[in-house]
Design a protein around this ligand. Structure first.
Ligand code: FA5
Length: 332
């Protein structure tokens, strides 16, 4: 019996070494160690042996079971390492691969538009200001002459943040809070532009995004009139687009400017695209920031950078800016 078991051990070792996949090892495991295995049969037969012989045969059965178990675990290890290697090879990415010529990356259209806007305004004597994207009701609304009861609050489709008092903290719905932060900290005369991200519950469509970019402009100086505002917008649009694009101001309403206007720019097909709002800074807003409205006057404007990019790069749909399709982005 011991001879038979030794022969079994030798053949088991060879067969395990020859196994080429994990399924094969599982089959050998069942065959060599399962209930119907030669080893189980030998174990059953132990009871029929003489005590001396039983002892030696019992030891041999145990030793051979251990050897086969060790062989199975070694085969499993060997083959799972091989299986992993095959998977790695199949999933490996060749990062050195390239198709055609090497392409240089480029700045995103919004970044290009913002940089150009900043250049145009800096060349007109403005400096760049910025403010936080998460604002309090004071900066986003109240200091801008939009008290809690004011219906204009609804028109900003504000995204509130669950921090502190309800409706007290929000993602800024426009860049106008930067006007307040600037006037609180700076003595006039003030000439700033403030580009930045803004957020509203707007559903994305061809002309709207829920997260978009605005650029705010604020001038506070002596003797500022609506004429200065109109001239500034005209000059900026010419510098940004060149001579072909026309502008128009339409009377409008914002609580923080009086009078207020919306301004549109002409599309190549002759239609108009609304670009932003503007107006003469409301005396209450100056007073809220500790600036004497009798002495100082100002104008402000705020327009959509994404919309400017749409115009400048002649896109059909504002969503192209955020789809991140490299085939589209590579064109610019
Ligand atoms: C404002 O946000 C005012 N703060 C503008 C202003 C500033 C007026 C200073 C007076 C003085 P309005 O909600 O109209 O106004 O937005 C201004 C511009 O932001 C719009 O004309 C448009 O160009 C852009 N805009 C608004 N909502 C979206 C949107 N969901 N997606 C893309 N652009 C948008």
């Amino acid at each position: 019996m011991i001879d038979e078991l030794e022969a079994l051990a030798a053949s088991a070792e060879q067969r395990l070494m020859a196994a080429t996949d994990l399924d094969g090892v599982a089959a050998l495991d069942a065959e060599l160690l399962g209930k119907k295995s030669q080893l189980s049969a030998a174990k059953k037969k132990l009871g029929t042996l003489e005590p001396e012989e039983r002892k030696a045969a019992g030891r041999a059965v145990n030793e051979i079971r251990q050897a086969i178990e060790a062989g199975i675990s070694a085969a499993r290890q060997r083959l799972s390492a091989a299986a992993r290697q095959i998977q790695y090879d199949a999933e490996r990415l060749d990062l050195s691969e390239r198709l055609g010529e090497i392409r240089r990356g480029s700045l995103h259209l919004n970044t290009q538009a913002r940089d150009r806007l900043e250049d145009v305004f800096v060349s007109m004597g403005y400096t760049i200001a910025e403010g936080p994207e998460v604002e309090t009701a004071w900066y986003n609304f109240e200091a801008l002459n939009i008290p809690e009861w004011h219906p204009a609050r609804g028109s900003f489709d504000t995204i509130f943040v669950d921090l502190g008092e309800p409706e007290e903290v929000m993602l800024r719905s426009h860049t106008s809070p930067v006007q307040i932060r600037t006037m609180e900290n700076t003595e006039p005369p003030i000439y700033i532009v403030a580009p930045g991200r803004t957020f509203r519950t707007d559903t994305a469509d061809a002309t709207h995004l829920p997260a978009f970019n605005q650029i705010e402009g604020l001038v506070v100086d002596r003797g500022i009139t609506l004429g200065d505002l109109a001239g500034t917008i005209e000059e900026f649009v010419h510098a940004f687009f060149g001579g072909e694009v026309k502008t128009r101001l339409r009377p409008s309403y914002f609580p923080f400017t009086e009078p207020s206007a919306e301004f549109d720019i002409s599309r190549p097909d002759g239609s108009w695209l609304e670009l932003g709002g503007c107006g003469v800074v409301h005396p209450n807003v100056l007073a809220n920031c500790g600036i004497d409205p009798e002495e100082w006057q100002g104008f402000a404007f705020g327009f959509g950078i994404d919309r400017l990019a749409v115009m400048r790069y002649e896109l059909d749909d504002i969503r192209e800016l955020v789809n991140n399709d490299v085939r589209f982005l590579r064109q610019f």
